[in-house]
Design a protein around this ligand. Structure first.
Ligand code: 3HC
Length: 284
């Protein structure tokens, strides 16, 4: 496989629609795969809204916006959508059984040359690769939210990922105007192994009454030049996602330093998941 042109993105949620956006904006043909028409419509309208924002900021022209939208084909038929793909990027919720089912289906219907990538933030790439008969063509492509803005793609090699596949994905990432940073498969990879303990420690500061959420965030924004404080960022990422990732770190390393703060567990139990439910450490 020398060049990637046709992409299928499975899942049109926050990460999936952003991934479609950047591939299409850079001239790739994209199939946006969803399970229901209303989800596909919602993904397309989010992409359009984010493209409008870029037109307003004069980052792209309105012709480029139209061309981007023309490069995306919403599709409810997964087998058909992947049948002509050179690269499939999975971006469905972080549920192993769901991903396993999808990878088995993708593996069956995608061409032999196709590379399969997962945008998982925490599940082992090696374990996901084992759901297919092509672990050498399986890789992690970890994008960051908001995808059209964040420059990084963490490229994660599973145990059996072929070196040529890593090179191809690193090259393809460059064509998106992003920077690919390679890492080997390990719980949390690099990004979440470093980020989540910081967020967890910020939650402990609130839990132990060291400071309010606002003050913890102010310290990190003004003292460390973070664009968002860790608690505002936790709301943005989703408190359930943060808890899932901390659980993966805790289970993966069997090290108590990764234990999730009881306040985080309580907030997730209460359904206060951050921006997506309208309340986390902050109200939206
Ligand atoms: N699509 C397109 N453009 C967008 C956008 C979107 N969804 N969201 C924001 N933008 C653009 C804006 O147009 C603006 O462009 P400009 O610089 O040319 O004016 C720029 O991004 C900044 O946006 P705003 O001025 O509206 O707002 P802020 O200055 O507050 O920036 C932010 C917003 C970019 C989200 C910034 O706060 C930030 O960088 N926060 C940190 C985000 C972060 O850490 N993300 C990683 C999360 S971890 C993750 O995803 C991994 C997972 O595994 C957990």
């Amino acid at each position: 496989m020398s060049e990637i042109k046709n992409i299928a993105v499975i899942g049109g949620g926050t990460m999936g629609n952003g991934i479609c956006h950047v591939f299409a904006m850079n001239g790739f043909n994209v199939q946006l795969v969803e399970t229901k028409q209303e989800f596909a419509d919602r993904a397309m309208s989010t992409i359009e809204k984010n493209l409008d924002r870029m037109v307003k900021k004069e980052k792209i022209s309105s012709d480029e916006k139209d061309a981007t939208l023309e490069h995306i084909n919403p599709n409810l038929d997964l087998p058909k959508a992947v049948s002509n793909a050179d690269l499939i990027v999975e971006a469905v919720p972080e549920v192993y059984d769901l991903k396993k089912k999808i990878f088995e289906q993708v593996d069956e219907h995608a061409p032999d040359h196709a590379v399969i990538a997962s945008n998982t933030s925490s599940i082992s790439i090696t374990k996901l690769a084992a759901c297919t008969d092509r672990p050498e063509k399986f890789i992690g492509m970890h994008f960051f939210n908001p995808v059209p803005v964040m420059k990084l793609v963490e490229v994660i090699n599973g145990l059996e990922t072929d070196e040529s596949v890593t090179e191809l994905i690193m090259e393809t990432t460059k064509k998106l105007g992003k920077v690919a940073v390679p890492a080997n498969d390990s719980p949390g990879f690099v990004s979440n192994r470093v980020l989540m303990p910081m967020i967890n420690e910020a939650i402990f500061c609130v839990y132990e009454g060291v400071a309010t959420a606002e003050n913890v965030d102010e310290v990190m924004k003004l003292g460390m030049a973070h664009p968002m404080g860790p608690l505002r960022l936790a709301d943005f990422i989703g408190l359930d996602v943060c808890l899932d990732i901390l659980d993966v770190l805790y289970e993966g390393f069997k090290d108590p330093k990764y234990r999730p703060c009881p306040l985080l567990v309580k907030m997730v139990d209460a359904g206060k998941l951050g921006d997506k439910t309208g309340e986390g450490f902050y109200k939206r």
